[in-house]
Design a protein around this ligand. Structure first.
Ligand code: GDP
Length: 877
């Protein structure tokens, strides 16, 4: 094919030039871009040849052209203008000149001819060369094409052969398989047939007749089927015969080539069919109602995350957002409202969660009554400095060791347990004093069940004793008074009882409900009684906890140990803490690596009220931080991340905004209708503290009351801050200032401290704050009354009332109500007030006026308009 094409093209070239020669003109003919006919043409023109073989003929015809015979120059006698003849000399001269010219011309012509011939020769040679080259090329091409074609043919042949071979192989395999199957089937059929025959034979033996016919039928059936099969095969063969080209087909259609066999479905075809079926089933999917899911939406969610949660494509979410008018990118964060709209748009329901929800479930559900078991009371020892708190704790502990309770040196881990008897124990918090107590409470940990108030018998009630009483009261924890140092001579327990009475602590001796025990930490006197009293109090409190659950509790103490890393003493409040548990403690988390009890022994678990040191924390939590075992590390990380974030925000907020009295309104408690304004009062002298306390207590009324939860002499301490924080109270300093630590604590915890030096200022400000909390009080003042004489339509405004002012005056800026038979039918504002046709601001009694009311037209003649103003009156306490 390609050969032909090439030949045709060169043929065309020949024809083009040939034509030019015929007409005596060499036409410029571009073929293959090889021709240089331009030169040839020009030359032809210049030599003025006539019909001669022109230069520049086709390469095939080109021959070296001989110098052309130019037309000889015949000197013409020029016609004399005058007609006179020339002289001989002249003639001769002329002839000579002419001869010379002729010779010259001839020489020139010869030269030209030679040049032309040379050029033509060159041209011819070049063309020949080109032609030869072209021929060579075409031959090469031919050869290549041929080679390619051959290779292709060979490859095709090989492929065909291979395909055929494969087909044959497959065929053979299938045939073999089929034969095998057939053979098996035949064998089986034979066996069956034989079995049937045998059965029939036996039946026949029993009863002759129909059996033969049945046998005939049985035999007949396969025969007929076989006949049909053969027929089919014949037909197929015939069809192939007609088609003529069956050999190739035969190679492909292997199965149809199986003589006398039925065509089988290939495995691929079967698979395709299955896929189709599946596909159909899949397609049927969307027509089914789409599953509506509940999607959890946090306060902020990225488009990608939202798409993932809905199991939708992010692009569809973006499209939906666009429909809602929000152009977003995949990583953009959406707020809860937008996310909810998108979720609804997809037909799901949104479940809003806030960041704080991360805490949900951290503290488990309440336990059922039947799961509870009694637990040891947790006791804190409080009292004035040097009254013997530490000595008492030591004495109790020592007594415990002496009594042989699982021995060893007692470790100071922040809490320890003491046995009352075989079954009962008491857990003492090892950090005495109300500072630790209140600090823990300020952190929300009300871990203490009972407070032992230590009062030295020889010293009596002292400022810190009172503080301790107030702290315990604020926490609502029962007291047991331990009158200490009873071994001393100057000890006077009755004086202590009396002094306690002044602070509303009524001991049992005085028919009160506070147990008191006389003890001596040095001699050990009364320690058993104290334990008994504690046991009794615990019984009254009915302290119980469920030990069979994930542990929850409080961090009692925490430190960073050089060797062991962060260590926290935990008091389990419910559940049982085990090694391997993952837990959250405040803003830290960890995995329990080891548990060490108060005797320094490693234990495997710790139940309710059992203090235990926990190793395996990632950071050091704070005393009073809550503690809870969580299901996994991810949850622990989630909670601690949130808490750390919150703590940071709180610190930033506390730094940013100084608190005012007004801003703590929200802290005011609401208890059975009466609101409380709690104050921690610190003063320079007892007298002023007492005076202020009394004045504040009187300042309240039925709606609101001021409570001084702690009033004492002295500077403002960290303990005061903790108490105020724990009780949502305000700290008032009268001629006192806070310590540096207290000021810092107040700043971080966001506790307000107000300073005063004049009692009345203090009282007034508290009153003002309480009034502010109750809100403003208004009094109504009636200014005037008017009778509606007539109701008439008044343009677009609707209806206007024609009135006569009977009392006072009617003012437009006032509120109005309409009365019908002394019943209020409308309350609102006057829109327009007119006297004749002028808008006026006031109409006095005895005058007519017209008025319209805001959004009200249903008045009629006989109604009364009452105009009044609301005056804010100062609330008094
Ligand atoms: P804390 O500041 O309340 O912890 O008091 P301490 O326990 O440190 O005791 C202060 C001082 O009182 C120490 O010197 C003790 O020895 C002493 N002390 C404590 N309890 C008793 C006691 O029952 N009898 C006597 N005589 N001295 C005691």
């Amino acid at each position: 094919m390609s050969d032909d094409k090439k030949l045709t093209l060169s043929g065309r070239t020949t024809l083009g030039v040939g034509k030019g020669v015929e007409t005596g003109q060499v036409r410029q003919n571009f073929s293959h871009g090889r021709s240089k006919a331009v030169v040839v043409e020009r030359k032809k023109k210049r030599i003025l040849t006539k019909g001669g073989a022109a230069a520049g003929s086709t390469p095939a015809e080109t021959k070296p052209v001989a110098p052309k015979q130019t037309k000889s120059f015949t000197p013409k006698k020029p016609a004399s203008p005058s007609g006179t003849t020339l002289t001989d000399a002249e003639m001769e001269k002329r002839a000579k000149v002419l001869g010379e010219a002729k010779i010259r011309a001839e020489a020139e012509a010869k030269e030209k001819a030679a040049l032309e011939a040379k050029r033509a020769k060159e041209e011819a040679e070049r063309k020949m060369r080109e032609a030869a080259e072209a021929a060579a090329r075409s031959e090469e091409d031919n050869a290549r094409a041929k080679a390619e074609a051959d290779a292709k043919k060979k490859a095709e042949a090989a492929a065909k052969q291979k395909a055929e071979a494969e087909a044959e192989k497959r065929l053979a395999e299938q045939k073999a398989a089929k034969e095998k199957a057939e053979a098996e089937a035949k064998k089986k059929a034979d066996l069956e047939a034989r079995a049937v025959q045998l059965r029939k034979a036996s039946e026949a033996r029993q009863a002759s007749g129909g059996g033969d016919a049945q046998r005939e039928e049985r035999k007949g059936k396969p025969k007929r089927a076989k006949d049909r099969k053969n027929q089919n095969n014949n037909e197929q063969q015939n069809r192939r015969g007609r088609g003529g080209d069956d050999r190739r087909k035969g190679g492909r259609l292997s199965i149809s080539n199986v003589g006398g066999e039925e065509r089988q479905r290939s495995l691929a075809s079967y698979k395709r069919m299955q896929a189709k079926k599946m596909g159909l089933a899949g397609n049927a999917g969307p027509s089914q109602p789409k599953q509506s899911r509940e999607i959890t939406v946090p306060e902020a969610i990225s488009v990608q995350d939202l798409a993932n949660r809905m199991a939708e494509k992010a692009t569809s979410v973006l499209k939906t957002l666009m429909k809602l008018g929000v152009i977003a990118t995949i990583n953009e964060t959406l707020d809860q409202d937008t996310a909810e709209l998108v979720i609804e748009e997809f037909g799901h329901t949104a479940k809003r969660v806030s960041e704080a929800d991360v805490e949900i479930g951290l503290v488990g559900e309440d336990d059922r009554e039947e799961d509870l078991s009694p637990r040891a009371p947790i006791v804190t020892v409080m009292g004035h400095v040097d009254h013997g708190k530490t000595s008492l704790l030591d004495a109790l502990r020592k007594a415990n060791v002496v009594s042989g309770e699982a021995g060893g040196i007692t470790q100071h881990i922040g809490a320890y347990q003491v046995a009352i008897d075989k079954d009962n124990k008491i857990t003492f918090l090892d950090t005495p004093g109300h500072a630790a107590f209140t600090q823990m409470r300020a952190r929300g940990a009300s871990v203490t069940d009972i407070v032992v108030l230590v009062v030295a018998g020889d010293d009596g009630v002292m400022p810190q004793t009172i503080e301790a009483i107030n702290h315990a009261k604020a926490a609502g924890v029962p007291l047991i008074v331990a009158i200490n140092k009873m071994d001393r001579e100057g000890a006077n327990p009755d004086r202590v009882r009396q002094e306690l009475l002044q602070h509303e602590v009524v001991v049992e001796t005085f028919q009160g409900d506070t147990q008191e025990v006389e003890v001596s930490a040095i001699t050990g006197m009364g320690l058993d009684k104290l334990k008994e009293a504690l046991g009794l109090q615990a019984e009254i409190l009915e302290l119980k906890a469920n030990p069979d659950r994930a542990a929850e509790g409080v961090v009692v103490e925490a430190k960073l140990d050089k060797g062991r890393g962060p260590v926290a003493t935990v008091l389990v409040q419910r559940g049982t803490l085990k090694i391997g548990d993952i837990f959250v403690a405040g803003a830290e988390w960890g995995k329990v690596r080891a548990l060490i009890n108060d005797k320094g022994a490693q234990v495997k678990e710790a139940g309710p009220s059992v203090p235990v040191e926990v190793l395996g924390l990632n950071g050091t939590p704070g005393a009073g931080d809550d503690f809870a075992v969580v299901e996994n590390e991810a949850r622990a990380r989630e909670v601690t991340a949130y808490r750390q974030d919150q703590a940071l925000k709180k610190r930033q907020a506390a730094m940013a905004a100084p608190k005012t009295l007004e801003s703590i309104f929200s802290k005011i408690k609401d208890d059975e209708g009466t609101q409380y304004f709690d104050v921690v009062l610190k003063g320079d002298v007892q007298g002023s503290v007492e005076a202020i306390t009394q004045a504040l207590q009187k300042a309240g009324n039925d709606d609101i009351q001021c409570r001084v939860i702690h009033g004492a002499v002295g500077g403002i301490t960290e303990t005061d801050i903790a108490l105020a924080q724990a009780s949502n109270a305000l700290i008032m300093g009268f001629n006192v200032r806070p310590s540096r630590q207290a000021r810092e604590a107040a700043e971080t915890e966001g506790v307000t401290i107000k300073y005063y030096s004049i009692i009345y200022d203090l009282i007034d400000e508290v009153k003002a704050a309480m009034i502010g909390q109750l809100g403003p009080e208004f009094k109504e003042n009636v200014i005037g009354q008017a009778d509606i004489k007539e109701a008439f339509t008044a343009g677009k405004a609707g209806k206007a009332a024609g009135c006569f002012v009977i009392e006072g005056s009617i003012r437009r800026d006032c509120k109005a109500r309409i009365l019908r038979d002394d019943v209020i039918i409308y309350e609102g504002e006057i829109n327009n007030l007119r006297r004749f046709k002028d808008d006026v601001n006031e109409v006095r009694s005895g005058q007519d006026c017209g008025m319209t009311f805001e959004n009200y037209h249903d008045f009629r003649a006989g109604d009364v308009v009452e105009v009044y103003e609301l005056l804010e009156v100062e609330r008094k306490l």
